[in-house]
Design a protein around this ligand. Structure first.
Ligand code: GLA
Length: 382
């Protein structure tokens, strides 16, 4: 990838990059909407991601190019200084611009001028978190360019800050945390309240398959923000800062103090937090059928309580979990479209995946993309 992006950079900007970085996408293993409620979450960094190449300029210009629309087009040429939000074709630059906007909040300097190229092998909009990948790859590139080396947690927080304050999504720390702390053949376990990060080895012989429906609810950002608000309303009614501090008993006792909808959302989060803890425990003892059961239970809770699933995602989970070679399946990420992740044994192969695709095609007249996912390492300077 380094050679490829360096060659493309030279073609676009007429010189070699001085820094090349890469950050991976992620699978949300379990812990749906637990992160911004202060709960735990498990995710895996995958072997696909976003590469960024940069070289300094001394004319106070920031020039951005990417392969996001296929061919690499004319760079977007902006004055260095205070980042301003972009729209239309240049909308993707809000991720690196958000990172630049965030740096002073962490007492870090922005580069004065640069040429920037991003290249991705992550399907965008598939729930694999291409946004966190470009944020972390950009942050590492800008920091390397200015010889600043904050710790990993700060790097992850810079990405989250960009997303929350510049892009405008009230997400938690899952995506950036997994992209930053990922390790091949491991899951990243995040205690989102602290936040603290560690890794848990993946059991041998387990495979991940991702079925990307390419469906996306038109109001996905608004729906995500609405769920976030409902969770905060529930916490308030319970007299806590974050739902991680509440118990199922406390939620039952407070039923009258919240709407039915808010109660359902809180029940999902509080039970999901328990499921993540149970998953960590089951993984320690290599209880794979139990891990699979928890994954599917998480999906059912998204479907019925959090209501962030869709008929397409439910169909995939139903079809997958009806098979003996599938241990568990669930929607992965924010929901309202996107992808389903299945954890399978070694017997599940391309032919099995095609059977699932055929069934989906018969029902919806479209085919999901199938990725046999490999795990990979976290964000790095190449
Ligand atoms: C998106 C967000 C994450 C997390 C998940 C749901 O991926 O970016 O912070 O909230 O949805 O678990």
């Amino acid at each position: 990838m380094k050679e490829k992006i360096s060659a493309a950079f030279a073609k676009t900007f007429g010189r070699a990059p001085t820094v090349v970085t890469r950050a991976p996408g992620r699978i949300e293993f379990i812990g749906n909407h637990t992160d911004y409620n202060g709960g735990p979450v498990l995710g895996a960094s995958i072997d696909r991601g976003v590469c960024v190449a940069v070289a300094p300029r001394d004319d106070a210009r920031w020039r951005f190019a990417s392969d996001y629309r296929g061919a690499i087009g004319e760079p977007l040429d902006l004055p260095a200084g205070e980042p301003a939000r972009q729209s239309g074709n240049g909308g993707w630059t809000n991720y690196p611009l958000g990172v630049l906007a965030a740096l002073p909040a962490f007492d870090l300097r922005r580069p004065e001028g640069f040429d920037f190229l991003a290249m991705s092998d992550l399907p965008a909009g598939s729930g694999l978190s291409s946004s966190a990948a470009i944020e972390l790859a950009s942050a590492l590139a800008f920091l390397e360019l200015t010889a600043q080396h904050p710790d990993r947690t700060t790097l992850v927080q810079i990405g989250k800050h960009a997303e929350n304050h510049f892009v405008g999504v009230p997400c938690g720390i899952l995506d950036q945390g997994v992209s930053g702390f990922g390790k091949a053949d491991h899951l990243v376990h995040i205690d989102c309240r602290t936040p603290s990060f560690d890794t848990v080895p993946l059991p041998q012989g387990v495979h991940f398959w991702v079925f990307n429906t390419h469906t996306k609810h038109a109001l996905v950002d608004g729906l995500y923000a609405a769920r976030h608000r409902e969770c905060m309303d529930a916490a308030k009614a319970l007299g806590v800062d974050l739902l991680v501090q509440a118990t199922p008993g406390a939620l039952d006792a407070a039923h009258d103090r919240m709407t039915e909808t808010v109660h359902l959302r809180a029940r999902h989060v509080i039970e999901e937090i328990e499921r993540v803890r149970a998953t960590v425990h089951a993984l320690q003892f290599n209880q794979l059928p139990e891990v699979g059961r928890l994954l599917t239970a998480s999906h059912r809770s998204s479907q019925k309580l959090f209501e962030n699933s869709t008929p397409e995602l439910d169909f995939l989970v139903d079809t997958l979990t009806a098979r003996p070679d599938v241990l568990g399946a669930r929607l992965s990420g924010g929901g309202f479209g996107g992808a389903v992740m299945a954890m399978t044994g070694p017997d599940f192969d391309r032919r099995a995946a095609n059977a699932v695709v055929d069934a989906y095609h018969q029902r919806f007249g479209a085919c999901p993309d199938v990725l046999h996912m490999q795990t990979g390492d976290g964000a790095a300077v190449l």
